[in-house]
Design a protein around this ligand. Structure first.
Ligand code: GTP
Ligand code: MG
Length: 246
């Protein structure tokens, strides 16, 4: 958001001073914090890319298909602050709101989701603040995804700061579903007469979940129960690359 847009925004906040110098200080501070979150999202992306690269060298398969990062827009950030009755302050931005930096990780298989989560949380500079497992416990509307609130240190020019990042890990199919669900809620506020669409979407979520499980089981039947090592042995024994053979 441009500085003048931010300025008009800050001026609409309750108790906001019209004192220009003070206002500019706050805008600069806000922009600095958003920059810090953007760096935190990049750090988290790097951690995930490193894991994925290591997997692809060791086991010739990537658990992660896509990584997307986003920083909360000032509009939705302030909406959340107001909704929770918090004040607009550095403390709130750094300690109370946990999803300013968001990273979405898309995997092919359900097992990959838990493997990526396990490896990430196991890193000694990563602190797990909260887990919401909407895969084992889907939301009533059918939403599935594994949410982790993680804290990682980020090194800036003159200081080290612990930054919080929300990581959502899901399969391609869960992501496909969530995008359409998001459109439904974005386009139609609650209470509108789209209950039949909601019901159909919920049924699709169940079909998708069953399909994810079946795909996972088929993979296990191809490569054996679990381990990544096992897969490598099979691959080494059978062929050198995917395109060999059939
Ligand atoms: P927020 O205040 O929205 O952050 O909710 P929360 O603090 O209870 O967190 P939760 O982990 O439940 O959800 C955080 C994020 O997950 C949301 O901002 C969405 O991106 C995503 N999410 C959660 N529920 C749904 C859902 O029903 N549908 C879709 N499409 N996304 C969801
Ligand atoms: Mg959120």
């Amino acid at each position: 958001m441009e500085r003048n847009q931010l300025q008009s925004f800050f001026l609409t906040l309750p108790n906001m001073t019209q004192d220009t110098e003070h206002l500019f200080d706050r805008i600069s501070q806000f922009q600095e914090i958003m920059m810090m979150y953007s760096c935190a999202a990049r750090e988290m992306r790097t951690k995930l890319e490193v894991l994925n690269d290591d997997f692809s060298v060791r086991y010739r398969r990537n658990p992660i298909e896509i990584i997307k990062t986003r920083i909360k827009t000032p509009g939705s950030l302030f909406q959340k602050i107001m909704k929770r009755g918090l004040e607009v302050s550095e403390h709130t931005l750094l300690n109370e709101i946990h999803d300013i930096a968001g990273v979405r990780v898309i995997c092919s298989f359900i097992d990959d989701i838990y493997e990526v989560a396990r490896l990430l949380v196991g890193q000694d500079d990563v602190t797990l603040l909260e887990t919401k497992d909407y895969i084992r416990h889907p939301k009533p509307n059918g939403y599935r995804s594994l949410h982790l609130i993680l804290q990682i240190p980020v090194f800036f020019a003159d200081r080290k700061q612990k930054m919080t990042v929300e990581v959502q890990i899901r399969t391609l199919a869960m992501d496909f579903w969530a995008s359409l669900d998001h459109e439904l809620h974005y386009k139609h506020e609650e209470g509108s007469e789209l209950q039949d669409v909601e019901e159909e979407l919920r049924q699709c979520a169940d079909v998708i979940a069953r399909t994810d499980e079946r795909m996972q089981n088929i993979r296990k039947r191809i490569y054996g129960e679990a381990t990544w090592e096992k897969k490598q042995e099979v691959e080494d024994g059978v062929c050198d690359s995917e395109s060999d053979g059939e």
